[in-house]
Structure formats: C-alpha cells, structure tokens
Ligand binder design. Structure first.
Ligand SMILES: Cc1cc2nc3c(=O)[nH]c(=O)nc-3n(C[C@H](O)[C@H](O)[C@H](O)COP(=O)(O)O)c2cc1C
Length: 241
C-alpha cells in the first residue's frame, strides 16, 4: 500500500512538471510581446553543416552533391510562439521533409554571431529592430556552390510579416548565382501565411523564376507532422517532384 502511494506521488509530480512546461508557451500574439534576453548556442539538425565545420572552413555539406535540388532555410530553436521551448525549429522540420521527399541537399543559414535571443519576446524585439533598420545580418560560412542546382527551395519563419532580414542578406549576396534558377519559397508562421515571400523573393532576385510556395503553421510542424508531411508531399507532387 505504501509502495502504491509512492508510485502515485511520483506520477503526480511528473504530471505537474509537464503542466508547468506547457504553460511556458505564449498566450499573446508572439510578434507583439516582449521579454528578457538570453543567448544560447544554435542547435543544428541532421544533414546540415555543424559549427565546427564552418569554423574550420571544411563545410562538407555545403559542397554540391549529385542532387539538382537544394533546400536553404533559416530557423530558430528556443522559445517560439504557441509551442514553448523547442529544440528543433519549425521551419527546419519542414525543410527536412522537403529534402527527404526530393532528395535535396540541405543548407541552413546561421547567423555569424548568434545575436538572436532564445526567449520569444526578446527575439521579437531584435527582429523588429532589424526590420526597421533594414539590417543585413551576416551569415556563417561559405554559401554552397549554387551552380549545380536547378531548383532551390528557400524557407524561413515569417518575422513581422516579412522574411527575416538575414534572408535578404542571402538573396542579395547570391543574386547572380541564383539567376536562371527556379526558387520555391516556403514559410512557417502563426497566422500570416506566406506573407508575400514569393513576391519579395522575386523582386530581390529578379532573374530567377519563383515557383508556387507553401505556408505551414509552426505549431503544426511541431505537433501534427503526419498531416504536414501530407501537405508538403502533395505540394511537391504538384510542383513535379
Ligand atoms: C520575431 C518573430 C516575429 C514573428 N512574426 C510573425 C508574423 O508576422 N506573422 C506570423 O504569422 N507569425 C509570426 N511569428 C511566428 C513564427 O513565424 C512561427 O512561430 C514560426 O513557425 C517560427 O519558426 P522557426 O521555429 O523555424 O523559427 C513570429 C515569430 C517571431 C519569433
């Protein structure tokens, strides 16, 4: 009997810990709130370059493989809107689904000095400031040789109704290398959809062709991956993959 009481107490403690963790997810529209700043290391995901690869200049995954398709993406871990603290970014999840289905190479845009806070409110403040200043934050490492790729999927979270400014750095620095290619945008968001990613990409890289994009809810990318994978696969089939 005593043992059973111990087991029940332990189970209750676990339930309480999970409930508290769930409460950390935002209840306000993320890009309207503010918070305190805390920096931690960015987390990389499978198939992408590691920080040590970049620092040592041996960016193996940035070398073109036989694939004619590349997925370039930016994504954040840490605290995100409606999902709490995540260790795999919403956009990263979608990027990996695209790569899995198309056999594409993956390349993650990482900030050169990771100045982005890991708390949600503070991140929205930094992102807003960058947008207001039309900042062009530098990204880490060499861009992969784009010449072998025919199609480049490009994805990011919607930040304040737009691409994160670091993506404009990528577009502008590689505008010539992206010319003549098919660029297909994708976003993760919490209500704003594709937010004109396609038009903005087209005007920043005018010599490329912009294909039909897709917008996925970040919360779904974390919590409803089967249905997101179906949507992504159907979209890819429509695109001819
Ligand atoms: C700085 C910031 C600004 C955001 N602005 C918007 C927005 O304008 N519209 C929207 O629908 N979601 C917005 N969001 C929510 C993110 O787009 C969404 O949580 C996304 O899935 C995060 O992806 P990630 O984990 O790949 O970074 C914003 C989030 C942050 C952190």
């Amino acid at each position: 009997m005593k043992q059973i009481r111990h087991i029940i107490s332990a189970m209750l403690a676990i339930v309480m810990i999970f409930s508290l963790a769930a409460c950390t997810s935002g209840s306000q529209t993320a890009w309207m709130s503010s918070g305190t700043e805390r920096k931690t290391e960015n987390t990389t995901v499978p198939f992408v370059k590691t920080e040590s690869d970049v620092e040592s200049g041996t960016d193996e995954t940035a070398k073109p493989s036989k694939s004619k398709v590349l997925v370039v993406y930016f994504s954040r871990t840490g605290e995100q809107y409606t999902v709490g603290v995540i260790d795999r970014g919403n956009t990263a999840i979608v990027a990996e689904m695209i790569a899995e289905k198309t056999g594409a190479d993956l390349w993650e845009v990482l900030p050169v000095d990771d100045h982005y806070p890991m708390t949600y409110g503070a991140l929205t403040d930094v992102a807003k400031r960058e947008q207001n200043n039309k900042a062009r934050p530098a990204y880490k490492g060499a861009t992969p040789d784009l010449s072998g790729y025919e199609t480049v999927f490009i994805g990011a979270p919607v930040w304040w109704g737009d691409w994160p400014m670091i993506m404009y750095t990528f577009f502008e620095q590689n505008s010539d290398a992206l010319a003549g290619k098919k660029l297909i945008p994708f976003s993760t968001h919490e209500g704003s959809g594709l937010s004109g990613f396609d038009k903005k990409l087209g005007s920043t890289v005018p010599d490329a062709t912009v294909g039909k994009g897709i917008a996925i809810r970040g919360n779904d990318a974390q919590k409803r991956q089967d249905s997101v994978r179906d949507s992504v696969n159907n979209w890819l089939i429509d695109l001819g993959f």
